[in-house]
Design a protein around this ligand. Sequence first.
Ligand code: ME8
Length: 512
Amino acid sequence: MENYYVTTPIYYVNDEPHLGHIYTTIAADVLARHQRLSGKDVFFLTGVDEHGQKVQQAAEGRGIEPIELADQVVARYQSLWPELEISNDDFIRTSSDRHKAGVQAMWRRLENAGTIYKDFYEDWYCVPCETYWTETQLKDADLWDSKQCPDCKRAVEKIQEESYFFRLSAFQDRLIEYIKANPDFIAPASRRNEVLSFIESGLRDLSVSRTTFSWGVPVPGDEKHVIYVWIDALTNYLSALGFPEPEQPKYWPADVHLIGKDILRFHAVYWPAMLMAADLPLPKRIYAHGWWTVEGEKMSKSKGNALRPDKLLKQYDADVLRYFLLREVPFGHDGDFSFAALKQRYNSELANDVGNLLNRSLAMLNKYRAGVLGTAAEENGTDRALIADVEAMQREVADYMDKQAFHLALDRINAVVRHGNRYVEENTPWALAKQGEDVRLDTVLYHLVETLRLVALQLLPFMPEKMTGMLSQILDRSVQADDFSFSADGGWGVLEAGQQCRKPEPLFPRMD
Ligand code: ME8
């Protein structure tokens, strides 16, 4: 069985989960579910990033220990993920022993490869981004006078301390070569170019330890140093698999690291360089998606406009949120979350298109045939066109999912749904019933229900609960997502004559 390993960033525990966090995790979940349906042995990892100065400061601000803050936020994530139907196979905490062992093993490998040396660091640091900046970088970004972080524009602080360094500069040429030779490694293409020009502008060695605070993983053999939180955090992708035992764990290299564009440099420059130094294979792909604003504004703690999933879930089904987030904005682009847009998409695509096709098809089958499917005995051109469209959709969706093009996958599935609704108009089953054209009526109803079943199968990764509901109505039994696979259930004609289908129960009632 082929392996498939997908990851999300591990989220900092200084803040509660918000829209951005659920976005990446939902996207990863949809990939994981799709690949499980494709018959792959999937490992889907998410977790939390507990260490670093930012978390230590947040804990101090609340008058508690960092681990207490981490425990509180972890509890939030762990109750949230099932509510959003996130099917992660593991949840990594960076405060766990298994992770710390992985980080220290990574450190030793970097050291043994001669890529770590001790020196003195005297420059700037952005705590919210956990990022180092040189004076030149601040000057180049025109932020020297105000001493602001070029990324987040918050105040940077001066650091003067003994530090270990990682010879990042030594990997400049290899990284460029690798990225050029592997066009799918960093996606989308605009991000790949961004990374290339960043590397081409020159890499400096990276400070990788701190001595002025203690919340982190100690440097092996020099415990007054704490390992830089990004070296610590990036290693989660291996430590969760058991690294360093075995050194090349099952599932490694990852098929895709899903991240937001804010943390591209860490994943597409530092992480590959670390892996090269440690002589480990690189992940196959890094996909950096875009940024959500809310009703046109940047989410921020100070504005208090961060969208909190627990509030959203009081208003909307998890499936509706999952669908909207992946359908509304092309993955990789920035987008805006608005309640008006959500309602609009829901009513037009889910209530009017999918919901309507399901309701009318099962209603007619129940009205004319007591819910029992007949045989498709008399096929004409409209039937063959529908089948061809369904089969093309299955192939195209698989391709889109391999490229993380969720919006295109959903668009393609929706095209089949619209085709199904057109097919009803073309074939007017009510007229066939009236005229007693039984053979043709059975054929038309069969094509409708079989189309719905195959549409539900493709939508299952996006809306597990709604789609198991839809499949239960079609198959007249209660089903679960993992009852299905594309190989066993994906063929046209798997539904058999004589299949009893339920009366329709509205899945997507209109939103007012
Ligand atoms: O960066 N729009 O953690 P973090 C879209 N611990 N996605 C968003 C978003 C928004 N407005 N805001 C956040 C960290 N995200 C590190 C990661 S990985 C080894 C360590 C999502 O809690 C997006 O996935 O700040 C982004 O990359 C991530 O949250 C940052 O989460």
